[in-house]
Design a protein around this ligand. Sequence first.
Ligand SMILES: [Fe+2]
Ligand SMILES: [Fe+2]
Length: 460
Amino acid sequence: MRNRPIALILFFIACIFCANCGKSGPDPASFRYPQDPQLSHRLPQPADYPAVRFIVLTDPHYYHPGLGTSGPDFARYIQEDRKMLALSDEILEAAASEIQTQPADFILICGDMTKDGERINHQRVAEKISRLHPTADIYVVPGNHDVRNPEAVRYTNEGSRPVATVEPGEFSRIYSAYGYDDAIARDPASLSYVAEPVDGLWLFALDSCLWRENEPGGHPVVNGRFSDSTLKWLEDMLIQARENNKAAIAMMHHGLVAHYPGNEKYYGEYVVDHSETIARLLTAYGVRLVFTGHFHAQDITVKQFADLPNPVFDIETGSLVTWPCPWRKITISADQTCTIESRFIKAIDSMPEGFADYARNFALEGTLGLARDALEKYHVSENGMDLLAPQIAEAYLAHLAGDEKQPDTVISTKGTGIMGRLVVFFQKDLVEGWWTDLPPADNRLVIDLETNSWQQPDDF
Ligand SMILES: [Fe+2]
Ligand SMILES: [Fe+2]
């Protein structure tokens, strides 16, 4: 017993080292552009973006209520999660009723279409999104939950039973009308494709998921990575975009770059592996706007490489089924101004009043539970958990909503006991990270794509 504090300190140190070594695996394939300095000179300058309006939503995590919303296993799943699965159908309906009135050329959905890749959920959500908009084309990519998922189950009062999931070929068949049939090119090694949603604009719809590593009886891989063959295909297509004078945007499920200090240290599986390399590749070929999901937060981050003329913006949108239930409107004008607006689902059929409060409380309660579980593992006292868990949960919710305003005291350890203070000593940077809003603003933003400057307007 006398050695317990020393053992715990060693455990914390081990955790920190493990958290820091999250990016294992081989380096990506070597690219043509750094090895062939003439390549960029032979290519025309990136084309101007055409005037275009589009909608972005992500992580609808559709769950057909017929798969069961009761029983001990469903209760446990919900308790340990932040998604309002039982309301996913209603929330998608509410989103559709708002989106269908918007002028839009196309709609992007950045993955996690389903709870856990259940075939029935894919079939239902594919049918549902056909009514999202009267005229706009829809483009989807898979998320980490969507393909070959060993956790595809239905729930009963006794527990859970496996149901059919989908293989990659079936995913592209189910969503054939949402990018795959319309593609200019498809990557034979993944579910990535390139489409031209409006004349002059190529959409790089990238499958960053590792469904090929999912195994029966295991957990689906949360991490994201591109294979060497996908990266070679991607560079070939980026060169073609330049040769054909097409402007380019990209979408993928995983974050392109870190969205807060500590993102890669603590939650590296939410940023694509080799993120610097991938961001540099896209930026080198003139992709300036990348739309992502996965962490369920409203957050925009910009990456500027010193030797490249333009930055790249990673525009992460929060999940439809996690507070604040956002979707975004993007308008690019002919003068190369990109305006990003955000909207939030505030009412659903069964909750015409009070839905936003319900959704926030749902996210708060789920996060409080997760924070308490984590603190308990570190032997923090009951009183310490009562004091620390709400502070951790408020930081996390601030990050979900975006445009975080850091309080004077990020986390107070007063009265939390020695283990509470020790946990905070080692992991305060995570809470600080959630309270830190890396530039630019997250919910309302105007980017001047010619001067690479931006501002946060107050008037919309
Ligand atoms: Fe998700
Ligand atoms: Fe995800």
